[in-house]
Structures are given as structure tokens and as C-alpha cells.
Design a protein around this ligand. Structure first.
Ligand code: C2E
Ligand code: CA
Ligand code: CA
Length: 340
């Protein structure tokens, strides 16, 4: 494009192109459409040669793509820095796997009626030799994009099962551990075989293991997910639908997916004592789940008011800073000793 006033004019044009190409068309009975991602680089500030200009437009386009379908981006030199950081992170994660820098923390889940600990959610932590503890939201998304989550996820399943068995062998009362599965793992062909091998290797009782999947992950390939979940159920694992209320939250999926628990997302719980709409939805979901023989786990309980409200309305299980933050296996063991 030549003779333009400013980048706004280019953005408007990009928007127009995306819309024009996005119009669906029909061949026989099938509907098709093209989604377009556009990267914009401007001469001469983003490159004085054709090659550099094209390379930077390409970088901008990849940035646009990562924002979702049908977006455009104008190149910015900071994008190079982001890419370098990304590559650096990927390298560090690869190294961390080899160097065994990951550990599992565990957060207690409480029976809201009796106040007793009835389960633990395994949450991964990266203990970086220089940077200290890195939370999962900093590296899980990159591990997912690069596929490294497969290896990390397999280790998480192994470690949680091994720990569960170790505690039982030490004579503590058996306690259920729940493990987060990423969407990438659900798509993995050998997930079930890996899990079978882990059961054999660790000798864990699958009755004490639960898998958590988010609704968004489940519906990426609904048929396949249902198949995998059914297999897991046959092997006596429990299934929880994580972060319920943040995605489509379709009641239809509750009917189709073979789940034992719904985890109500913390955004719900944080408003449950303030917002009457949130209250209505929560009450309704608790009732509906009861009818379907599904248990509700409320996530992110931070205050006594939230606790009281949920208990009063018959919510089964709770998890949150009010009862305890995620802590190391050694610290959990101290709690187990007291309840022995
Ligand atoms: P999640 O599965 O929804 O896990 C619950 C998160 O909420 C945890 O964050 C937990 O520390 C935090 N949380 C618990 N109680 C409270 C509370 O009362 N208030 C607030 N504000 N937060 C609370 P964490 O450990 O940082 O994990 C973040 C996310 O990373 C998890 O969200 C999960 O999606 C992912 N993740 C963690 N471990 C694994 C793993 O082993 N595999 C996979 N695929 N994902 C994992
Ligand atoms: Ca979870
Ligand atoms: Ca959650």
C-alpha cells in the first residue's frame, strides 16, 4: 500500500480485507469460509530492504495469529524481544525437565459439612535454580504451545500416584489426589497407555486418583473426550470438570460428559456473597448437580462469609486459601500425621 496517511488507515484496510475474505460461500451443501491473519510492516521504519520488511511483517502476523483468528497487528520491535524470551523459556523448560526442577504442591479439599480434609489437588511448581519459584501460569501455556506439556504432564501423573501410594504405605488414611490434565494431554494418543503403565509401576489404587479437565479442553473434541473419560471411569478414576463457569458452561455437556465433580470457578465464589445473580446461579447449579449425582467443589474460598453461604446452600466440598494454600508434600504429611 502506498500513499497512506498513518497506520490507522492500514489497520482499517486490514480489517476490511479480513471481513471480505471472511464471507462464507457454499459449494453443494457445504459452507466454507477463510479466516485471515494480517501482519503489517511499514517502510522505512520497520525495514529498509524488502527481506527485512517481509520478515517483520511475518513476525507481526504470527503475533496476530496468537491472538486468535481474524486479527491484524502492526509490527513493533518489542515483538523480537518477546520471541527471544519465548525461545529462552522453551530452552529453560527443556532443561528443567532433565534437571528435575519441578515439584508438586498440594492444596487440601475440605468436606464443608464435617470440616475434614477429603482430598488434595496436585499443583505443579517450578523451582528455578536462579529465579526461584515460578508459578504454573508462567510456564504451562508455553509448555502447551511447544508440546513439552506431554512430558511434564506424564511426570505429574506419575509423581502424584507415587506420592499417594507412599502415604498409604506409611499408614496414613488414604486420601484422594486430583491431577490436572491439559487439553494437549487429552489429545495424546497414548495417554491411557501411559496411565496404565503408571498404575502398574507405582501400584497406586485408582480409587484415590481423580483427573481434572477444563470444559474448554473437553469440548475441543467432544466425542474423543467422552471416549477417554469413559475409559478412565472404567479404570475406577474419578473425573472433575474444572473452572466451571468460565467457558461455555453448557448444561448439555454436564449431561454428556461422565463426570463425578464440578469445580465451580473462583470468580463465582468471590462474588457469591455480593451478587444476587451469582447467588442464583450457584444455588441452581448445586441443586441441579445433586439431581444428577454430581458433587460440587467450590474453588477459591477465601472468607468465612463465602464458606457459610456455600455450606448453608448444601455445597459438598470446598477448596481455597481459607482452608489452606498449596503446600509441599512434607507439609501435607504433617497434617496427615495429625489425622492418622
Ligand atoms: P486450577 O486448576 O484452577 O488450580 C487452582 C488455582 O487456584 C491454583 O493456582 C491455586 O493455588 C489457586 N487457588 C487456590 N485457592 C485459592 C484462593 O482461595 N484464592 C485464589 N485467588 N486462588 C486460589 P496455581 O497453583 O497457581 O495454578 C494455576 C493453574 O495452573 C491451575 O489452575 C491449572 O490450570 C494449572 N496447573 C497447575 N498445575 C498443573 C499441572 O500439573 N498440570 C496442568 N496441565 N496444569 C496445571
Ligand atoms: Ca484444577
Ligand atoms: Ca480451577
Amino acid at each position: 500500500v502506498s500513499n497512506f496517511k498513518d497506520s490507522n488507515e492500514l489497520k482499517a484496510l486490514a480489517s476490511k480485507i479480513i471481513m471480505a475474505l471472511g464471507k462464507p460461500w457454499v459449494i453443494s451443501t457445504h459452507e466454507f469460509y477463510i479466516s485471515t491473519s494480517i501482519g503489517i510492516a511499514i517502510f522505512p521504519e520497520h525495514g529498509k530492504t524488502y527481506n527485512i520488511l517481509l520478515k517483520n511483517a511475518d513476525t507481526a502476523m504470527h503475533n496476530a495469529k496468537s491472538k486468535g483468528k481474524s486479527c491484524y497487528e502492526v509490527f513493533d520491535f518489542r515483538m523480537h524481544k518477546n520471541i527471544l524470551e519465548y525461545i529462552d523459556m522453551e530452552k529453560s523448560i527443556r532443561y528443567a525437565i532433565k534437571n528435575q526442577e519441578f515439584i508438586l504442591y498440594y492444596q487440601p479439599q475440605i468436606d464443608l459439612k464435617s470440616g475434614k480434609v477429603i482430598g488434595l489437588e496436585a499443583l505443579i511448581r517450578w523451582i528455578h535454580p536462579k529465579k526461584g519459584m515460578i508459578p504454573p501460569n508462567k510456564f504451562i501455556p508455553i509448555a502447551e504451545k511447544t508440546g513439552l506439556i506431554r512430558e511434564i504432564g506424564k511426570w505429574v501423573i506419575y509423581e502424584a500416584c507415587r506420592q499417594n501410594k507412599e502415604w498409604i504405605e506409611k499408614g496414613y488414611k488414604p486420601i484422594k489426589i486430583s491431577i490436572n490434565l491439559s487439553a494437549i494431554q487429552l489429545k495424546q494418543k497414548n495417554l491411557i497407555d501411559d496411565i496404565k503403565n503408571i498404575i502398574e509401576e507405582t501400584g497406586v489404587d485408582s480409587n484415590y486418583i481423580e483427573f481434572e479437565i477444563t470444559e474448554n479442553a473437553a469440548i475441543e473434541d467432544l466425542e474423543k473426550t467422552i471416549g477417554i473419560l469413559k475409559e478412565l471411569k472404567q479404570m475406577n478414576f474419578r473425573i472433575a470438570l474444572d473452572d466451571f463457569g468460565t467457558g461455555y458452561s453448557s448444561l448439555n455437556y454436564l449431561k454428556m460428559l461422565p463426570i463425578d465433580y464440578i469445580k465451580l470457578d473462583k470468580f463465582f465464589i468471590s462474588n457469591v456473597t455480593i451478587d444476587s445473580k451469582e447467588q442464583a446461579i450457584t444455588k441452581f447449579l448445586i441443586k441441579l448437580a445433586k439431581e444428577m449425582a454430581i458433587k460440587i467443589i467450590a474453588e477459591g474460598i477465601e472468607t468465612n462469609d463465602q464458606y457459610d453461604y456455600l455450606k448453608k446452600h448444601d455445597c459438598d466440598i470446598g477448596q481455597g486459601y481459607l482452608f489452606g494454600r498449596p503446600i509441599s508434600a512434607n507439609e501435607i504429611e504433617e497434617i496427615l500425621k495429625k489425622t492418622k
